[in-house]
Design a protein around this ligand. Structure first.
Ligand SMILES: *Cc1c(COP(=O)(O)O)cnc(C)c1O
Length: 394
């Protein structure tokens, strides 16, 4: 009765995905099932369990019902064949790239990629003889000229980290499909609630579930949702490396997932209010947020996305690092710290690292996550910060 079907819309999938109450005496939520050893009635049953090591309880390292429930729900949201869970978002990125690439292979990587992922390519993969070409996030058909005979992955992150350029995933997907190159998309910013990479030509959709899926800043989790042709490879590679997401983290992921839609709609509405007020502010040169009508990525965002989340950049009018520091330190409601996607607001100065494109900003950049606080309180806090930083003059 609770099994979702293909006609269900995303809010329904968020509520019902991965839930099997009859398997747990009727309780609404899949419990935390902690296990290393799983016992079998006899040796024959133990041996028979081996071929079904993915998605069936066999040994704790392959996950328990808690992980299966989360993977099932996340795969349904993205419209993929299945999901592989990882202990963090970065582990998902590293796991997918390790599964797809061998020494001598080459990868195309967007220049606006999350910086630790850039480092994984330029250091860990490079050490193992896997080369990376970084490309401009604005590239569409032009990506074809970067493809080499040994290119095995085209990696996108849309919108990109810190500067929020939206990529033309359908066009990139079209070009890469002709060469048999899988397209991997880091979809952490939008989540499948606002953008579904697999429906727009990608083959594997990654999320740092640490962010909006968990949604409460208290667990690390990553996921890769894949089309059928890549799923076994990802699963086998994770199993080979002994990589898993623990049951407590998976439970927190499931807990977060149930309210993902309600939270994201609120993040979106509040961000709209904050962005609209800041757009005309004397201390602000520009807003880096694709949902803004004046943003260069707005048309692409409008074409492909269903909404916008709560993370955006502000290009300040000043370039004075002391003023930026004073502004950030003066805020009362915006926490200072890594990550985002939780219920609370955050702020950090941002310094984009680019090697194949330019960020197109001249003022100092700060990154803001708009949480679930009242947006008017957030605006009042930002206003006070601008005043105290001296950015508005004496
Ligand atoms: C945070 C983040 C990651 C990494 O996620 P962790 O769970 O912190 O490892 C990956 N991609 C993007 C876009 C992120 O913002």
């Amino acid at each position: 009765m609770l099994r979702p079907d293909a006609r269900d819309r995303i809010d329904t999938l968020l509520v019902h995905g991965g839930r099997h109450p009859t398997e747990f005496g009727g309780v609404v939520n899949t419990p935390v099932v902690r296990a290393s050893t799983v016992l079998y009635p006899d040796l024959e049953a133990y041996e028979a369990s081996r071929p079904t090591k993915f998605g069936a309880l066999r040994y704790g390292r392959y996950g328990t019902q808690t992980a299966f429930a989360l993977a099932e729900a996340l795969a349904a949201l993205d419209g993929g064949e299945g999901a592989v869970l990882y202990p963090s978002g970065l582990a998902a990125i590293a796991g997918v790239l390790r599964a797809l690439l061998r020494p001598g292979d080459h990868m195309l990587m967007v220049d606006t990629v999350y910086e630790p992922a850039r480092k994984f390519c330029t250091e860990a993969l490079s050490r193992d003889g896997i080369s990376t070409t970084f490309y401009d996030p604005a590239l569409t058909d032009g990506i074809e000229s970067l493809i080499r005979p040994e290119t095995r992955v085209a990696y996108c992150e849309s919108p990109g980290s810190l500067t929020f350029e939206v990529q033309d995933i359908p066009r990139i997907g079209e070009v890469c499909r002709r060469y048999g190159i899988p397209v991997v998309v880091d979809n952490t910013w939008a989540t499948p609630y606002f953008f579904k990479p697999l429906r727009h030509g990608a083959d594997i959709a990654i999320q740092a579930a640490t962010k909006y899926v968990v949604g409460h800043s208290d667990a690390m989790l990553g996921v890769a949702v894949a089309r059928a042709e890549h799923l076994d490879l990802l699963r086998a590679s994770a199993a080979e490396h002994g990589v898993l997401a623990g049951p407590d983290e998976c439970w927190l992921g499931l807990r977060g997932l149930r309210s993902l839609g309600a939270r994201l709609r609120q993040h979106e509405a509040s961000t709209r209010i904050v962005v609209e007020a800041l757009r005309r502010h004397a201390a602000v040169r520009s807003i880096l947020y694709p949902a803004c009508e004046t943003n260069p990525s707005h048309a692409l965002w409008r074409r492909d996305f269903e909404g916008a989340s709560g993370l955006f950049g502000i290009e300040l009018a000043t370039r004075d690092p002391a003023a930026v520091r004073a502004f950030v330190n003066a805020l009362r409601l915006f926490g200072i710290g890594s990550s985002w996607g939780g219920y609370e607001s955050l702020i950090l100065p941002a310094k984009p690292v680019r090697t194949a494109s330019t960020p197109g900003v001249s003022g100092a950049l700060v990154r803001i996550h708009v949480g679930l606080e009242d947006p008017q309180d957030l605006l009042a806090d930002l206003e006070l910060g601008f005043e105290r930083s001296g950015m508005l003059g004496p």
